[in-house]
Design a protein around this ligand. Structure first.
Ligand SMILES: Nc1ncnc2c1ncn2[C@@H]1O[C@H](COP(=O)(O)OP(=O)(O)O)[C@@H](O)[C@H]1O
Ligand SMILES: [Mg+2]
Length: 422
């Protein structure tokens, strides 16, 4: 993997800038505005560095140099405060790398994992606008926790994030922790759930006792695993005990520190658990605009035209961020292994669909396997795509004249005979 990354950096030409398209740096500019507005200096600097790097890659030396100057001056003017600021009104000691982690008494497996600030990625997840606003407001509240407490404004302390797998929930929890400057205490449910009667409840109590002792964000990722146990009629007594312990501890935790719960299966979650969370955010699949930004980020440094990206985006309707990441990784692998072969984008997407049936919608697969005239109609009538006939011809790997001959032949015959070969 490292070798492939190195190859990208050394040999692969940088993607072209399409002057017609929206500013490809818009993601960064948005992130910059957000971090600058919340006065997170280290985050702002990181985003400026990304922008400089992109400008250099795009040959925009003047812009890069000017931003470098701004960054240098900012360094001289103000000493950098560590992002890991301390929210003083939160209870607890500071976690260090030598803090002992509690284990399950029967199996000795750790019941939690600590993720420190330097282990959290700088990568910000992207969401539809309304979600982005909700996320920013949680981050803002938690960052300004001290001020809000002073004003008696009872800031929120717990947040439940739910939505389909691959929509970026875990990434979001880590981003919140990064932005707030606190380490994560991540519950390890495989260590917590024990086959010994009563042990799971004891582990849950120990997990909360540990989290309450330190300044941290307690992260209960995929914690419907606890609720799922309710399906087993033989486990009823034990599950009741577990859920009760969880409820008691969540209540007590609300006085102590921040908690994030994540679930893919919100319906499996006990309604009483659900109510314990101050804020509840549902993460939907990304809309076409966000999908385009994610594709632009993930596909780098491969070169794709705006039309090709739009077409890929169209093929990935309903996809999650994780699906888009998978697709882009696959496109990079295909480029490395078969880079010299000239293949059109439709063929590539059809090949991806064949080995990733669950990642492409049935509607798109139906269109892929249907009549070329129908595919042409779908593409040319799509408001988001705005494709001209010559663009479509190029996506299908044809000359514009052969495409128009094919379409007029189809129209004349009124039959669906030109099935796309797979
Ligand atoms: N909204 C998003 N923004 C950016 N990347 C995303 C997003 N959603 C998913 N991804 C990509 O998919 C990967 C898996 O996402 P993850 O946070 O584990 O999803 P979930 O926890 O919802 O199952 C991430 O590491 C990231 O590469
Ligand atoms: Mg997850």
């Amino acid at each position: 993997m490292e070798i492939i990354c190195l190859l990208w950096k050394l040999f692969i030409p940088l993607r072209k800038l399409n002057n017609d398209c929206m500013d490809p740096n818009f993601n960064i500019i948005q992130a910059l505005c957000r971090s600058a507005l919340s006065s997170a200096k280290e985050m702002t600097e990181h985003q400026v560095e990304r922008l400089i790097e992109n400008y250099k890659k795009q040959g925009m030396k003047k812009e890069a140099k000017s931003l470098e100057g701004i960054l240098k001056r900012a360094h001289k003017e103000q000493p950098i405060k560590p992002l890991n600021f301390v929210i003083s009104s939160l209870d607890g000691d500071i976690l260090t790398k030598s803090t002992t982690i509690p284990v399950d008494k029967e199996t000795a497996s750790p019941i939690l994992e600590i993720i420190f600030q330097d282990e959290l990625e700088h990568e910000e997840p992207l969401f539809n606008d309304s979600i982005q606003i909700a996320v920013d407001s949680v981050i803002n509240e938690w960052r300004n926790f001290d001020k809000l407490v002073q004003l008696n404004a009872s800031p929120s302390k717990s947040c439940l994030i739910y939505g389909d797998p691959g929509t970026g929930k875990t990434m979001l929890a880590k981003w919140i922790a990064k932005s707030v400057g606190l380490p994560i205490v991540l519950a390890k449910l495989d260590g917590i759930i024990s086959s010994f009667l009563g042990t799971s409840s004891r582990n849950i109590a120990n997990l909360f006792r540990f989290a309450n002792r330190y300044k941290c964000i307690l992260l209960l990722d995929e914690f419907d695993a606890l609720a799922k146990l309710r399906d087993d009629p033989q486990e009823i007594g034990e599950v009741k005990r577990i859920v009760n312990t969880l409820l008691q501890n969540l209540d007590a935790r609300s006085e102590k520190g921040f908690t994030i719960g994540i679930t893919n299966h919100e319906k499996l979650l006990d309604p009483a658990v659900w109510r314990r969370f101050d804020v509840q955010i549902v993460i939907p699949h990304p809309n076409p605009v966000v999908r385009e930004k994610l594709l632009t980020d993930f596909i780098f440094p491969l070169e794709y035209s705006l039309q090709e990206l739009k077409f890929i985006n169209w093929c990935m309707e309903d996809a999650t961020g994780a699906d888009l990441r998978k697709l882009c990784d696959w496109l990079k692998r295909t480029y490395i292994l078969k880079g010299t072969e000239k293949r059109n984008t439709l063929d590539l997407m059809k090949q991806f669909a064949t080995i990733n049936a669950g990642r492409i919608s049935k509607r798109i697969i139906g269109i892929f396997n249907g009549d070329i005239g129908n595919l042409y109609n779908e593409l040319s009538n799509d408001e988001y795509l705005h494709l001209k006939q010559k663009d479509i011809a190029s996506l299908l790997g044809m000359s514009p004249s052969s495409l128009s001959k094919l379409i007029s032949k189809n129209n004349n015959n009124g039959k669906k005979s030109d099935t796309i070969s797979s």
